[in-house]
Design a protein around this ligand. Structure first.
Ligand SMILES: [Zn+2]
Length: 267
């Protein structure tokens, strides 16, 4: 018994929808691990930064300690000069020791100034360190969320892939062999896996080329199966797809799931 063209188009469209869902799930399965990997990279980067800042802080602290020792040393010298000034023999000696004492005093002032500068630098670094550590912690929490979510979604997706795969195979087997082969061949050649395209605003829903009005009428007439002159996809009209001519391609459940993942991670 000969199957009507309309029925064939409906079957083709049905198979296409199953396969597009399959493609969406597969695409999502590829994207989610990448999101996790990106986050892991970011965490490694932040950890490196935290340890780098810690080293800088240690360096500044060591510099401050060294300056404090310098101050103590010069203070000791000043004490020594004070002792010497108590036992002064002549004015030349007095001037020489006073001069040395002045120099030591200036050294102390300079070291104190440097310590204040280093102290300010230290405050800034500590602030940056705290912020970076906070950022790191929150990214780690995000990662935990995403990993848990990924495991859950992967399990769901595996189940869905199996289900859709079986559904697609079954639907394809009901088509006449020649048509099934044509469908599979076109699908394999298309980067987006779309073999059967709806007419959208007078254009092919696959390659977006304009379809001449006469060809559009022929497609609507269901007299024969008509492909796009530009991309070779099988074209179906609104009576087959049920898609309003003005509505563009829809994105089914995969988008919703991805949004769910993102929303949870950002909580
Ligand atoms: Zn086309």
């Amino acid at each position: 018994m000969d199957v009507s063209i309309e029925k064939k188009l409906q079957d083709l469209w049905k198979i296409q929808q199953i396969d597009s869902k399959l493609d969406n799930v597969r695409a999502l399965m590829g994207e989610l691990p990448m999101e996790v990997a990106d986050l892991e990279d970011e965490i490694v980067g932040l950890e490196t930064r935290v340890s780098h800042i810690a080293e800088e802080i240690k360096g500044i602290e060591e510099e401050i300690s060294a300056k404090k020792i310098t101050i103590k040393d010069f203070q000791k010298q000043i004490d020594k000069y004070d002792d010497q000034l108590n036992n002064i023999k002549n004015s030349r000696e007095f001037e020489a020791i006073t001069k040395e004492k002045e120099i030591a005093g200036l050294e102390i002032l300079s070291a104190e100034k440097k310590i204040r500068e280093l102290g300010k630098m230290l405050d800034v670094k500590v602030e940056i360190q705290t912020a970076t550590k906070d950022g790191l912690e929150s990214r780690k929490k995000d990662l935990d969320y995403k990993k848990a979510e990924l495991t859950e979604i992967e399990k769901e997706n595996e189940e869905e892939l199996t289900r859709l795969g079986a559904e697609s195979e079954k639907a394809l087997s009901t088509l006449e062999k020649r048509l099934a082969r044509a469908y599979s061949r076109i699908r394999a050649n298309m980067r987006n896996g779309v073999s059967v395209a709806p007419i959208i605003r007078g254009s092919c829903g696959g390659c977006f080329s304009k379809i001449p009005p006469q060809r559009q009428s022929d497609i609507r007439a269901h007299f024969r199966i008509i492909d796009c002159e530009h991309c070779g996809r099988i074209l179906v009209d609104q009576s087959v797809t049920g898609i309003d001519a003005a509505v563009a391609e829809k994105e089914p459940r995969t988008t919703r799931r991805k949004m769910k993942l993102t929303a949870k991670a950002e909580d």
